[in-house]
Design a protein around this ligand. Sequence first.
Ligand SMILES: [Zn+2]
Length: 354
Amino acid sequence: MVGVRRLAALLCTLAVTFTSSTAYSSPGVTYYGGYHTVAGHEQHNAAVAAAHPDLVKLYDIGDSWLKAKGQGGHDIQALCITKLAPGDCALNSTGKKPKFVLHAQIHAREIATGEIAYQWIDLLVASYGVDPELTELLDTRELWVVPIANPDGVDVVASNPAQPLLQRKNVDDSAGDCTAGYPGVDLNRNSSFHWDGDQGGPCDEMYPGAKAASEPETVAIQGLLSAIFAGRTGVFITLHSYGNDILAPWGYTRTAAPDQAALVALGNKMSAFTGYPVFTGDGGIGYLTPGSTSDWLYGTRGVPSYTFEIGPRTGWCAGFVPPYSCIASTFWPLLKPALVYAAKSAATPYGPLP
Ligand SMILES: [Zn+2]
């Protein structure tokens, strides 16, 4: 019987592998009232890079899971925005300008997050030589943006434009079929810092993958961040939804991080703009997050790293898929000044703060 079950499991795996060769396709440039598809983001990234060669470098930092399998998928794209001078925006840590990184939509269904990154890119390229504060920022900082960290997942979400599908993970189904849910690996549990294999099975929302950094998306992000950050300067923010919280390290344990007071101090400065309270450990969300991107960067490089949980738990703009109008009416006005402040603080994030 064991042999029969093993054979059945093998056949099931083969069937899943075969059916997954049909990649999800994007329905167009926008969906659900204005949210940008992966194709929309890719068009936008290419357009701003072409229009502003003095301000933007566009990188392909690695592949999505489907692309790595040769089944469609996407490159993971990163933009570096600054008034480009020799040595700026290189994929190394020797650049002179402190770095701020905004990372979004690693959880595909958290659709407001990619849109905030889109707005941030537009703000930066439109403001040089126009807005004195942002011109100075572009003269003195490297502003990196990864607008879509999980493009295969976002393709699933956007494949039903009128009511986005609630895909959180990437689409790696190699660990098995999940007929009752969505297969995939939770990329925010897959990093190689305090990775915890007990977070869930292949069909669970927090499945951490077969091993640390098993996913090409994780390798791409860790590769970028480990290349550009040498040590304890710079700031990193990863955007998630929802809860209206700012989460500071650690996320994997309730034990205080070595820099907890300073991390919370910078978090509180950003909180002054958003109104989101700052939590560490399992505060705010009620569970620990081993293997997260932000713990990995703080834990491996000492860079202050934050998770912003955008959006309320109740009301018109609540949840994973708020109406598109919430971006302009509610989220962007709060986040824009917080992101500007984060970028300013990148030179001395452990103080003195600006
Ligand atoms: Zn999330």
